[in-house]
Design a protein. Structure first.
Ligand code: HEM
Length: 337
């Protein structure tokens, strides 16, 4: 009995220590929510908490409590280092490739004009309006967008900090507002041309012949050849990706949290660089690369022989359609027997 009584104070001290220490050990870190001593430690929570600078605030914007998050550092290194390098390399490589093609192959010449001077309508006024709206908007967006990557590094040393600040201020406004014109134009082009860009058998033969770019041949093509169809779908995919991510960034945190915002920026910038590369090729072919192409988007009409040479299947269809309604139209004199 004496022996047990001697142990009692020691047991009491142990019990008090257990009460004091165990809850402290089990409690999660109030800043990070991670509990390193819990039975099943969530490794991801711990890694995410690593290096986070976070505190408690009383203003309504709870996001301000996190000064730095680990993903933010990955995002910053992608945005500040990887992406500008990638963009520079891709754009310069495309420009060098086009210049080499032009120097080696020269322009694709236009065929002799139709002896009767006949032309066919290639693009309606609405199609041209949609195209030039998108094209003008895209050029503005590309220049003002590239300013985010290269302005501080390349332009500021040339024009000085003050001029660069003023230019960037207006470039940012232009980027945010002209984006809506781009989206409208993109929608018009998708509605107008989606049907004519569905792949078919003619495209396989066109692709097998390499579009005739190397041997100067003119493989049969529909209204749009396989190369144009590939470009169209590239524009649709990258254009929609840029538009959706762009709208999400125009309304920050309306639908996304900080990680979502960073993801939207990854998508926006990467798709924009890829679209710029595609469009550089398109602008080259539409102006310098192919004689007679620009006229199609300028006046809407092309010489019949040009249409027969570059889009033979389509040209024959248009001619057949032109003949058919005239023959069937009431009141049209039937051809003499
Ligand atoms: C800014 C300079 C641009 C020029 C000089 C230009 C020129 C042209 C020309 C000449 C055509 C007619 C080709 C034909 O008859 O087959 C065309 C068609 C087309 N353009 Fe452009 N374009 C430009 C920018 C853009 C932009 C920024 C986009 C889209 C983002 C675009 C999308 C298209 C599409 C989808 C077609 C129809 C299919 C095709 O030809 O590939 N263009 N363009």
């Amino acid at each position: 009995m004496r022996c047990v009584c001697r142990l009692l104070p020691a047991l009491a001290v142990l019990a008090m220590l257990a009460v004091a220490l165990v809850p402290a050990a089990r409690a999660a870190d109030p800043m990070t929510g991670a509990n390193p001593t819990a039975q099943s430690v969530n490794e991801r929570d711990l890694l995410n908490a690593l290096g986070k600078l976070q505190g408690r605030i009383t203003i309504p914007d709870g996001k301000a409590a996190t000064l730095e998050q680990p993903q933010g550092r990955e995002y910053r290194s992608f945005h500040e280092r990887v992406l500008p390098w990638l963009a520079g390399i891709i754009i310069l490589a495309v420009l060098a490739g086009l210049a080499a093609f032009y120097l080696i192959k020269g322009r694709i010449p236009a065929p002799p004009r139709d002896p009767g001077g006949r032309t066919v309508l290639r693009f309606s006024a609405v199609e041209r309006l949609g195209h030039w709206l998108t094209a003008t908007a895209f050029v503005v967006l590309a220049i003002t967008g590239l300013n985010y990557f290269f302005g501080k590094r390349l332009l500021m040393p040339l024009i000085g900090a003050d001029a660069f600040a003023t230019w960037s201020h207006w470039a940012k406004y232009a980027h945010n507002f002209v984006a809506w014109a781009f989206m409208l134009g993109l929608l018009v082009m998708i509605v107008a041309w989606v049907r004519d860009n569905i792949p078919d058998r003619v495209d396989i033969a066109w692709l097998r012949a390499g579009g005739g770019f190397l041997d100067g041949s003119h493989p049969p093509a529909e209204r749009f050849n396989a190369g144009q169809k590939l470009m169209f779908w590239g524009i649709v995919i990258f254009g929609l990706a840029i538009s959706v991510s762009g709208v999400l960034m125009l309304f920050p945190f309306a639908l996304l949290d900080i990680n979502g915002m960073q993801f939207a920026q990854y998508v926006h910038a990467t798709a924009a660089v890829l679209l710029i590369a595609v469009i550089l090729g398109h602008i080259y072919i539409g102006t310098l690369g192919m004689e007679g192409a620009f006229q199609a988007m300028e006046s809407g009409s092309v010489d019949l022989n040009w249409a027969r040479t570059h889009h033979s299947v389509w040209a024959e269809k248009v001619l057949a359609e032109e003949r058919a309604p005239r023959a069937g139209r009431p009141g049209t004199p039937a051809p003499a027997e």
